[in-house]
Write a protein that binds this ligand. Structure first.
Ligand SMILES: [Zn+2]
Length: 406
């Protein structure tokens, strides 16, 4: 179904064709290797139409044939798998301590991963745009050298991003009203591919939904474990954005009225009691917070102490896990997700955070066993939001924005 912002209109032949191509492409991704007969049987498209659509997808190098395989009735069938090797989809994640770029080909295979340090806190928005543009240029040049066409770039930002892609407010980067997509397009001299900007938690959720072990789950939440705690929410298989694009600010839900002051100015927000800053605040006894640039080595030290069974460390992690569980209970009561995936810096701490978080979430959720909600650590690594940016490009292609024939 093609939708338009100007209201219903009759679908013309090209719309129908693009929609059907996308249906076949999605089917092949989810069921490869599969035959033309499998596609016809499952989609309801007739065999002649499927043959024509598959020929088109092969010509665009989105799908390729593998060898012959015996099918169920004993006749050999040519099996199909995704190709997409002449293309790339890219995502860049902007963080308080660095930039990460991930590029994948259209079958989802990672073809580039790069991390660059970058003083996200100290830099102005225009310095940040220049740094992101430099990384984007490097990525595009590399893809061109590998004879891949870049089909889209999505930039992940830890902040409020409007549905139109403007960054309204990114507190931990100190950005106010930055039209990042426009500025980047200008810095890259209006490239042929679209540039979009999205919230990092939203993109983390898209990455989990496409590539993570809970990808089959239609209802899941991704929590960014950075200085901020954002929630990317997939409901019934779709990303939840809200009216202006600002949904998922779980980090600013108050979980302790007597809690410490949050970066947003309010008291006892989830981010203030269970964000990564809170982990270090507890160890430094209210002293100066750890600079984002040294978060990773500090986390390694916390992990070392926890592994050694240091009682004070284990108590702090159990306490933070409990606070996190209060946040998960809000999600479980409101959305009944199958899984809440902990990302970013939560991942190495997950073995100590999860037991306390699950116990607290069970107590605070009305449904038995927290409605079946599991709390798990992300397996996608630190670049999850960048990978999610690439996933958003793949999603748009599978919804009908196919690349033109070469
Ligand atoms: Zn807050």
């Amino acid at each position: 179904m093609i939708t338009s912002t100007t209201g219903p209109r009759p679908a013309d032949f090209n719309d129908v064709r693009a929609t059907n191509l996308a249906v076949v492409l999605r089917f092949v991704r989810e069921n490869a290797p599969c035959s033309r007969a499998d596609i016809a049987a499952s989609t309801g498209l007739n065999k002649a139409t499927v043959s024509s659509l598959v020929a088109d997808l092969i010509e665009r190098r989105l799908v390729r044939e593998t060898g012959l395989t015996e099918n169920r009735v004993g006749r050999p069938a040519t099996m199909l798998v995704l190709d997409g090797s002449p293309y790339a989809a890219a995502g860049i994640e902007v963080n308080v301590d660095g930039l990460t770029v991930v590029a994948v080909d259209l079958s989802g295979r990672q073809v580039l991963t790069l991390r660059k340090s970058f003083p996200g806190v100290g830099a102005s928005a225009s310095q940040a745009v220049a740094a992101v543009a430099a990384l984007a240029r490097r990525t595009v040049n590399r893809m061109v050298r590998e004879e891949r066409r870049v089909l889209g770039l999505v930039v992940a930002v830890p902040g409020l991003v409007g549905v139109e892609g403007r960054v309204r407010f990114a507190p931990n980067l100190n950005w106010h009203d930055v039209d990042l997509a426009h500025d980047l397009a200008a810095a890259l001299r209006d490239p042929e591919f679209p540039i979009q900007v999205d919230n990092d938690a939203n993109l983390g959720a898209l990455a989990e939904h496409r590539f993570g072990p809970y990808g089959g789950a239609g209802n899941l939440v991704y929590l960014t474990g950075e200085v901020g705690v954002g929630a990317g929410v997939i409901v019934d298989g779709r990303l939840l954005r809200g009216g202006q694009g600002f949904s998922g600010e779980l980090g600013h839900v108050q979980v302790d009225p007597a809690g410490p002051r949050c970066g947003c100015g309010r008291l006892g927000c989830l981010e203030a009691v269970a964000g990564i800053g809170a982990v270090f605040g507890r160890f430094s006894d209210g002293g100066p917070t750890v600079s984002p640039a040294v978060v990773a080595p500090e986390i390694d030290e916390v992990v070392r102490l926890a592994r050694a069974g240091d009682r004070a460390t284990l108590a702090v992690l159990a306490d933070i896990g409990g606070s996190l569980g209060k946040g998960v209970a809000i999600l479980a009561n409101l959305l009944n997700p199958q899984a809440v995936v902990l990302g970013g810096h939560y991942v190495p701490l997950a073995p100590w955070l999860i037991p306390a978080a699950e116990a607290e979430a069970r107590v605070r959720t009305i449904a038995p066993d927290a409605g079946g909600c599991r709390i798990v650590a992300s397996t996608l690594g630190y670049g999850a939001a960048a990978l999610g940016g690439a996933a958003r490009v793949l999603d748009s292609i599978e919804s009908g924005r196919l690349p033109a024939r070469p």
